[in-house]
Design a protein around this ligand. Structure first.
Ligand SMILES: [Fe+2]
Length: 541
């Protein structure tokens, strides 16, 4: 990686407006005391918002919060008080009440001796008649896979009201993982080196991710509603375990889960609720869901592996598996309490005449079988492991089985209950999803027809299907679409983010592609728009 090329790309793309904050070969650095990680805001309501900063000192420090409608703080609208304490990793949060709906605000924190944080900008949700609202959707920002150029690109825009993060804000894996882009963990100063397990590890990982200037800028410029996915605790987590958690060597899952949740709550500008609903005027209700740690039943991957390892007719066994264990109505993603809350919430939202019901959640809802993969999916000779992978996937598809049991596909009864709730409410359902690292647009359809749509966003930096399937991405996407009638569009190889332009009669999603490898950059390399009309409950043709 060339320092000069990086610098040129950055300056050219940004019109000279951005400054390279860290040079390759040198870690992004935070001060060791005082205000170390800028400011952030989130969990916005119509008259309140959560504000965040971090002030490092050896003892608790009282901070005054100042909020104004002008960036120069000529007229302070409100002041409040909070505390940064080593007990909370020196992170301080303050929920500020009494604001006006649909307004931009500026905020900062001040210490008793007059030291002042950076100034952040935030926005309350609108109330009453609302003609439009614009959300950015981001997720899956693995610090060892690429730069956070998507965050930087978003922070430089001035046409958005809110950021939704669909999870995998950090990754728990060792920064030396074999697929890490060479040198990137060192350049970014990611820490600690190993897999994170204890509270101190999670805290250190957040601190090193948040040194990233693009992530810091995004938090400074826009409020965020975040959900966690699995990597904020451990890969493929469920309520009582995770595939990446080894009880024998890594101790209690409950302790690790509690550590991951605590560090997330310390570092993200969010409240304590595990799931929640947000009213965007009379335009939409946004529901943020928890589908990992609260009510998720264990994935069936081990059972499926055992089935493949056993003797006999695999097709017949897969068929029994599909109608038996996979279909079990007791298998859950959200748990019964959250399911009831969502069903009631969808009804209440439609009853209040909100035009759209939007779910911000973790894993793909749209049913997906794997297409019949061919040798040209991979450049050069087909590696033996990919060939056997293709064989297994083809057997799954032939038996009508989904290709991933970690998605809603692995919980079809729970998905049916969600679809039935949306139907019963008469919802105009729109789902915002992360986790997969690639870009997808689905009609959410079952045998009764389409109940809504799903915009599943590509990752900020985490590798996607292109890592394994190195052939022509257009060909691979076309094969996926041909195999899945409900999948209307897909991109299998590019990073970036999605924006949602929500109006009363239409939602237009724009997938913006931004490079993540090759250094920090302010360019976008492509865009794709897809829309849904109110009342259609399926994507425009
Ligand atoms: Fe991810």
């Amino acid at each position: 990686m060339s320092l000069i090329a990086n610098r040129r790309t950055l300056l050219a793309g940004a019109g000279g407006g951005l400054i390279l904050a860290a040079l390759p070969g040198r870690a992004f650095a935070a001060p060791s005391s005082g205000f170390t990680h800028g400011v952030a805001s989130g969990d916005p309501r119509q008259t309140s918002v959560m504000l965040w900063t971090r002030y490092v000192a050896s003892a608790p420090v009282k901070l005054t919060v100042e909020i104004a409608e002008d960036e120069a703080f000529r007229t302070i609208t409100l002041t409040g008080e909070t505390e940064a304490s080593p007990a909370n990793d020196c992170c301080a949060r303050a929920r500020v009440e009494g604001l006006k709906p649909g307004r931009w605000y500026y905020y900062r924190f001040v210490t008793p001796d007059g030291a002042t944080s950076e100034t952040g900008r935030t926005r309350t949700l609108p109330s009453g008649e609302t003609k439009g609202f614009r959300i950015a959707v981001v997720g899956c920002s693995n610090g060892t896979s690429g730069w956070f150029n998507a965050y930087g690109h978003l922070a430089a825009r001035d046409d958005l009201d809110l950021v939704v993060h669909t999870g995998d804000y950090i990754y728990e894996s060792p920064v030396t993982r074999p697929d890490a882009a060479p040198g990137i963990a060192q350049q970014r100063g990611l820490a600690p080196a190993g897999e994170i397990i204890a509270l101190a590890d999670y805290r250190q990982r957040y601190a090193s991710y948040r040194n990233d200037p693009d992530l810091a800028a995004l938090h400074r410029r826009l409020p965020m509603i975040a959900v966690w996915d699995d990597h904020e605790t451990a890969n493929n987590s469920w309520a009582t375990g995770a595939s990446a958690h080894d009880l024998a060597t890594e101790g209690s899952w409950d302790a690790r889960k509690a550590a991951g949740v605590q560090a997330w709550r310390e570092w993200l500008p969010m409240g304590q609720a595990w799931y929640d609903a947000y009213q965007i005027g009379d335009l939409a209700t946004l529901f943020r869901l928890e589908t990992r740690l609260l009510g998720r039943t264990k994935q069936l991957d081990d059972d499926l592996d055992a089935l493949f390892a056993s003797a006999g007719d695999i097709g017949a066994k897969l068929s029994v598996f599909r109608s038996g264990p996979l279909a079990d109505a007791g298998r859950s993603m959200m748990g019964p309490g959250q399911e009831r809350w969502l069903a009631d919430g969808l009804k209440a939202s439609v009853g209040s005449a909100a035009r759209w019901q939007i779910l911000a959640q973790q894993v793909i809802l749209g049913a997906t079988v794997f297409p019949k993969a061919t040798a040209d999916w991979v450049n050069g000779a087909l590696p033996a492991d990919v060939r056997s992978d293709f064989d297994r996937r083809n057997q799954l598809t032939a038996a009508g089985m989904p290709y991933s049991l970690d998605k809603w596909d692995g919980y079809p009864a729970a998905r049916k209950r969600l679809y039935d709730s949306a139907r019963a409410a008469g919802a105009n359902l729109v789902t915002l999803t992360g986790d997969s690292h690639n870009a997808w647009a689905f009609d959410l359809a079952d045998e009764r027809g389409s109940v809504g749509v799903e915009f599943a966003g590509q990752s900020v930096s985490s590798y996607g299907l292109e890592r394994r399937f190195t052939g022509d991405p257009k060909r691979i996407a076309a094969d996926f679409i041909a195999a899945n009638g409900n999948l209307k569009w897909m991109d299998t190889s590019q990073r970036g983010y999605v924006t949602l332009d929500i109006t009363r009669d239409r939602i237009e999603a724009e997938y913006v592609f931004v490079p993540a490898l090759g250094g920090r950059s302010a360019i976008a390399t492509g865009r794709k728009t897809i829309s849904v009309a109110h009342g259609a409950r399926q994507l425009d043709a």
